[in-house]
Design a protein around this ligand. Structure first.
Ligand SMILES: Cc1cc2nc3c(=O)[nH]c(=O)nc-3n(C[C@H](O)[C@H](O)[C@H](O)COP(=O)(O)O)c2cc1C
Length: 208
């Protein structure tokens, strides 16, 4: 994936949802993992990193997913379509996730222990809060993933047009894994629209 990387603001301003991909234009596994790596630079509450990226890239698996995504052709035509899952925060999951920050020397061990307890107490058995967190984390990762794709000269399209229950079952998701969105990524073909106009900032912002 040797392509020129435009500035981040350019990537944000030029990104649009890709409808047409070059079929049969595969991405190397290393490129797919690099995109995932960049997506995981998104923040999560407590640094929970409560996500999983199912990179659906083989023709057979893409066909299976396309059938559960209202037949949307881009699911198969893209080089890879991610099933972006957010996880309900799991009790006791934080200590190993915070350990690298402690080992790096900037997070005191006692603070890491306090944060781990606080997270467990915060989510507890609150299903709504846990699901909200799953959706927040996966959504942030999705945004980072799409911008990373754009910055690497690739196109991407987020999709909610899929049967979440059927996808969870067909791809063996655990009970606490929410398939938040699909994100198709690949080389763009002709015929895609530019980014659609947005509402004026002043009409959506409230300056207090
Ligand atoms: C959560 C979400 C779900 C979407 N689902 C679909 C979808 O299932 N199929 C599709 O073609 N586009 C889908 N889109 C793309 C939107 O239609 C698109 O982002 C919007 O029209 C703005 O266009 P732009 O991103 O090109 O500026 C989705 C976008 C988001 C953020």
């Amino acid at each position: 994936m040797q392509i020129q990387i435009p500035a981040l603001v350019d990537a944000i301003e030029t990104r649009s949802s890709t409808n047409f991909f070059q079929p049969d234009s595969a991405l190397e596994d290393a490129a797919i993992l690099r995109l995932v790596e960049l997506a995981t630079r998104a923040p999560t509450a407590f640094n929970l990193q409560n996500w999983r990226f199912l990179a659906v890239r083989s023709p057979q698996e893409k066909a299976r997913l396309q059938a559960l995504a209202a037949g949307q052709a881009k699911v198969s035509e893209a080089a890879v379509t991610f099933i972006l899952c957010g996880l309900h925060p799991r009790q006791g999951s934080l200590p190993p996730l915070l350990a690298p920050s402690v080992e790096a020397g900037y997070m005191p061990a006692a603070l890491a222990a306090d944060l781990a307890s606080a997270a467990d107490a915060f989510y507890g058995d609150n299903l709504r809060l846990s699901r909200d967190e799953a959706i927040r984390s996966a959504s942030l990762a999705g945004a980072f993933l799409m911008i990373a794709a754009q910055a690497h000269g690739l196109g991407a399209c987020p999709m909610v047009g899929f049967d979440a229950d059927a996808v969870a079952q067909a791809f063996g998701l655990a009970q606490d894994e929410v398939p938040v969105m699909l994100v198709a990524v690949g080389r763009t073909a002709a015929g895609n629209w530019p980014q659609k106009p947005r509402l004026a900032p002043a009409s959506v912002a409230t300056l207090l």
